[in-house]
Ligand binder design. Structure first.
Ligand code: NAD
Length: 314
């Protein structure tokens, strides 16, 4: 199924750029709505050559419209890396609340399918393992990270209300840590930080002991899952992530191996409310969307290291 005209909020960001490129490849017209607050206009430079790509610079916290027909809204706009959301806590909450409201209103006006990007962070520091969609989570509502976690939890509640009360064809995906080419080396997330440090020959900084776990999904797999969700009528929430669970220390070692770096590993202070374990149960995505990740961590890290010096869209 090809969408005729898709709106991607946050389309200039890491995931958004890959999603826009894939939608264009599938033949859709794509309208990217972004104010570049955590990205760069340079990210979409390669896409602007495509006559089916349209860039609208707008803040989704304010009401926005897209003239013409729209059959898909993908709502990705939200500061997503800790460096970004800790630096703009109020706007992160406003993006989760008003940004999601405006994306849902657009879908309502256009009678379009809408998929809202939520996060594994809604599970907080989970007491159930692996995390299944039926788990309600363990979130500190006033900790520093709460601005992101609670913004996403509110976004889920709002999306569900629009589906139930207003009949919007809305779906929620809970995205687990995703990595790949196009991430900002300084965005503070684990993989680009390790990669930047390894390529510069600096020590890789591991917070705490490093035995906390993460599950890392390669961006191509994630985009395939997101579009499978868009093409379905599933309400979600559906977990999208790679269930290959590794410790943070192992990730650091694998980045060193993938880059051939001689960097050492340095332990630094643990982060506040850092989850101990993170691993998706993807049974629902497999059953309802026929989706599962295909790229191993080793191959994904190698691909990212190989492409880190080149622009995303040539
Ligand atoms: P990103 O920071 O690279 O991209 C976010 C984009 O949204 C940026 O281009 C930014 O400029 C834009 N944006 C933010 N606030 C905006 C606003 N008010 N108005 C207009 N544009 C705005 O982050 P990403 O990794 O691409 O994440 C995309 C979405 O996926 C986010 O909603 C994030 O919460 C979710 N997500 C990502 C991951 C991951 O591992 N990458 C994991 C879980 C959830």
């Amino acid at each position: 199924m090809t969408f005729e005209r898709a709106v991607v909020t946050g389309g200039a960001g890491f995931l958004g750029t890959h999603v826009c490129a894939e939608l264009l490849r599938c033949g859709s017209h794509v309208v990217c709505v972004d104010d570049f607050r955590t990205s760069d206009a340079g990210n979409v430079r390669g896409l602007l050559d495509n006559p089916r790509f349209e860039m609208r610079v707008a803040d989704v916290i304010e009401p926005f419209d897209v003239p013409g027909t729209v059959d898909l809204v993908l709502h990705l706009a939200c500061p997503a890396s800790p460096v970004d959301y800790l630096g703009m806590p109020v706007d992160t909450l406003r993006a989760g609340a008003f940004g999601t409201l405006h994306a849902l209103e657009l879908a309502l006006r256009k009678n379009a399918r809408v998929v809202v990007a939520s996060t594994s962070e809604v599970y907080g520091d989970p007491l159930q393992h692996p995390q299944r969609e039926t788990y309600w989570g363990n979130v500190n509502p006033i900790g520093p990270r709460s601005v992101y976690d609670e913004a996403k939890r509110f976004g889920e509640a709002l999306t569900t209300a629009y589906r139930r009360e207003r009949g919007v064809q809305a779906g929620i995906v809970r995205i687990f840590n995703t990595y790949g080419p196009g991430m900002r080396p300084d965005d503070g997330r684990m993989v680009p930080t390790f990669l930047r440090q390894a390529l510069a020959g600096e020590p890789l900084t591991v917070h705490g002991t490093g035995d906390q776990t993460r599950s890392l999904c390669y961006v191509d797999d994630l985009v395939r899952g997101l579009l499978a969700m868009a093409r379905s009528t599933e309400p979600g929430p559906v977990n999208l992530g790679n269930p290959e669970e590794v410790t943070v220390l192992e990730v650091a070692e694998r980045v060193i191996a993938a880059t051939g770096s001689r960097s050492a590993i340095r332990h630094v202070a643990p982060m506040a409310d850092d989850p101990r374990r993170r691993c998706p149960d993807i049974g629902l995505a497999t059953k309802r969307l026929g989706w599962w990740p295909e790229v191993s961590l080793r191959d994904g890290l190698r691909a990212m290291a190989d492409r880190s010096a080149r622009p995303l869209v040539d």
